[in-house]
Design a protein around this ligand. Structure first.
Ligand SMILES: NC(=O)c1ccc[n+]([C@@H]2O[C@H](COP(=O)([O-])OP(=O)(O)OC[C@H]3O[C@@H](n4cnc5c(N)ncnc54)[C@H](OP(=O)(O)O)[C@@H]3O)[C@@H](O)[C@H]2O)c1
Length: 280
């Protein structure tokens, strides 16, 4: 069933739906079935990465679906081990071959890995790949303000999006404000905090009863009202549909304030602080 999803315009003019679909752990035939279902249900923004080893699966799901390619927004990401310029250029091409696509709508640097000192080179590769028509919009993940500032200082080009860990237990208030002030869109990874114990959270359960909605729907609606694009992953068509059904109700100021109370300084799922954490 198709849902009407609001559109967001990035600083380079590309439009994205206000909610997307995560694909981490959706691999092989099971993954392709899950992603095709998500497209059927109404998702148009699909998030993959070189390191998820499922760009091929995403490509297969696109071919199985009846939705025209130009109505989809496909994101992939450059791994840390390919941040040097020549390696990055090759990895972007390899990403496309794996998915059997001509272009990605969005391509992101997966982690800054600041100790390695190569993220500006990687950024230059993304800038060039965009000029060559391989990518429509370029962004990053897990970049702190100091990393974002360096990109713009060294290349004059600002990312369109920064995809960061964001959920009720880690609401990234300061980083979101910084993005807003600098016209960079926020995208939320693990928007449901991987559901570990969040589904039983008392505050969110209380709000969900008020609206006759599920806990997941309250959380995803909260992301939308914060101005961030959540990309929940689900392998089940029912939960995919549930997660998309968030545009027919609104959280009021009191409820938003109650949600804000849930954040904790140590609320990251796996303690992955981009200042020190590295992923290759
Ligand atoms: N840039 C980065 O560094 C980075 C890092 C992590 C993730 N990501 C991206 O962000 C996406 C989302 O994050 P995530 O996959 O880590 O976690 P998530 O979307 O917060 O949670 C996924 C988990 O929630 C369950 N779930 C989904 N909807 C549900 C619902 N309505 N009710 C109950 N359970 C539900 C799923 O199970 P079922 O499948 O069984 O429904 C799955 O176990 C990833 O898939 C990936 O694309 C990016």
């Amino acid at each position: 069933m198709k849902k009407s999803i609001p559109e967001i315009t990035l600083n380079d003019g590309l439009t994205l739906p206000a909610i997307g679909f995560g694909t981490y752990k959706l691999n092989g035939n099971h993954g392709a079935t899950g992603i095709t279902s998500a497209i059927d249900v109404g998702y148009r923004l699909i998030d993959t990465a070189y390191n998820y080893e499922n760009e091929g699966t995403v490509g297969e799901a696109i071919r199985r679906s009846t939705v025209p390619r130009n109505e989809l927004r496909i994101t992939s990401k450059l791994p840390g081990r390919y941040q040097e310029y020549e390696k990055a250029v090759t990895a972007i091409q390899e990403s496309l071959y794996r998915a059997n696509l001509d272009y990605y709508d969005l391509y992101l640097i997966h982690w800054p890995n600041p100790k390695q000192g190569h993220f500006v080179e990687a950024w230059q590769a993304l800038i060039d790949a965009k000029k060559w028509g391989l990518i429509r919009s370029i962004g990053v993940c897990n970049f702190l303000p100091e990393h974002l500032e360096q990109l713009e200082k060294d290349t004059g080009v600002k990312p369109s999006i920064n995809q960061i860990e964001l959920h009720p237990f880690f609401n990234q208030e300061e980083q979101r404000r910084w993005h807003e002030q600098n016209n960079i869109k926020t995208e939320s990874w693990s928007p449901l905090a991987r559901v570990n114990d969040i589904l039983e959270n008392e505050t969110i359960t209380q709000i969900s009863k008020q609206h006759n909605k599920s806990v997941s729907q309250i959380i995803l609606r909260w992301h939308y009202q914060l101005g961030s694009i959540p990309i929940p992953k689900s392998s089940s068509p029912e939960r995919q549909h549930e997660n998309l059904s968030i545009f027919d109700f609104e959280l009021d100021e009191t409820e938003m304030a109650m949600m804000a109370e849930l954040t904790r300084p140590d609320g990251r799922i796996n303690d992955q602080d981009p200042a020190t954490y590295e992923e290759f």
